[in-house]
Design a protein around this ligand. Structure first.
Ligand code: BDR
Ligand code: CA
Length: 312
């Protein structure tokens, strides 16, 4: 199994991403760091602990990271994720205390104490912690196996016409992450907008019939309604688990190697990811972007993970 640390801001789709990682035999989840994004750091960190309790992975260290982005003023996504950051289901109380380390330190320790080339980082929130970790302990950059982040898009945005939420919350951090010399995969809106929790998908998830699956259903009720009323979707795109699926079974996605940049300009393009697909990427290019998703097989991975989790 792949050794994975998840950096996240749960968040409904982050919560599903955590359950997918924990329930998949292809992933050994060894750490969770949290970052302010969908809601304040205190709220989303507590959500991560509650999801760990619900999913039966409270033995995995969870450490609270950055309280805000590097430069941009803090803002949250209460319109999508509610006041708690995870409105909808009734969640269990945390059963394990937080790891006392800063989330950035957990990332560094996880990478530095394991063999080089073994730890994969999946980021499903703003990239603040990853950027800080790369600056605080630059040796992690060559030791990490790869970084996969949900964020950005080849084309378009969701928070603004050009910027996706995770990048818009901390464009400077995203800039650091895509320009460091590590393997980076971008899972952007181009593919996550295909990961729709349709009525049929809901049927498959509900059929699992366990408490964690019921919690996922209740999360999708709230999150889905928010996407319908505030974003004009017919059913909700479940972004973050797609980044986890890329590690469980890369053949669920299609990728293209291409240089990625992030606009730091003030004005309408701030936080835009710029993906250069004009020609084959140069040999030295260490970034790639997802360009296709097999939605059937993607949802099958989520159903399989929930089935394996059972009643923890
Ligand atoms: C991203 O923003 C957050 O609201 C979601 O959790 C996801 O990570 C989608 O733009
Ligand atoms: Ca997220």
């Amino acid at each position: 199994a792949r050794t994975v640390l998840i950096d996240c801001d749960p968040g409904h789709d982050d919560a599903i991403a955590l359950l997918l990682a924990h329930g998949s035999p292809a992933i050994d989840l060894v750490g969770v760091s949290t970052v302010a994004g969908n809601q304040t750091l205190a709220k989303i960190t507590r959500n991560a602990q509650s999801i760990a309790a619900a999913g039966g992975f409270s033995h995995v260290p969870i450490a609270a990271g950055a309280t805000r982005g590097l430069v941009t003023a803090p803002f949250v996504a209460a319109d999508i994720h509610g006041e708690s950051g995870l409105d909808g289901p009734h969640l269990p109380e945390p059963v394990a205390p937080l790891d006392p380390r800063h989330g950035v330190q957990l990332i560094i320790d996880t990478v530095m104490t394991r063999p080089a080339g073994t730890v994969t980082i999946i980021a499903t929130g703003p990239l603040t912690n990853l950027a800080l970790a790369a600056r605080l302990e630059p040796r992690i950059v060559e030791r990490v196996r790869e970084v996969v982040f949900m964020g950005g898009a080849i084309q378009g945005g969701n928070l603004t016409p050009t910027a996706e939420f995770n990048i818009a919350v901390d464009p400077e951090a995203a800039h650091v992450v895509v320009h460091e010399n590590w393997e980076v995969t971008m899972i952007g809106l181009d593919v996550t907008h295909l990961a729709l929790a349709t009525t049929q998908v809901r049927g498959h998830l509900d059929a699992v019939g366990t408490t964690p699956a019921r919690i996922v259903g209740e999360m999708l009720d709230f999150y889905g309604a928010a996407y319908v009323t505030s974003q004009g979707f017919a059913c909700p795109p479940v972004h973050d688990p797609v980044a986890v699926a890329a590690i469980i079974d890369a053949s669920v996605l299609e990728f293209r190697r291409a240089p990625i940049d992030v606009s730091l300009a003030e004005g309408p393009t701030r936080g835009m990811t710029v993906v250069d697909l004009r020609k084959p990427a140069p040999e030295s290019c260490r970034t790639r972007v997802a360009v296709g998703l097999d939605t059937h097989r993607f949802w099958a991975l989520v159903v399989d993970a929930l089935t394996r989790i059972g009643e923890p």
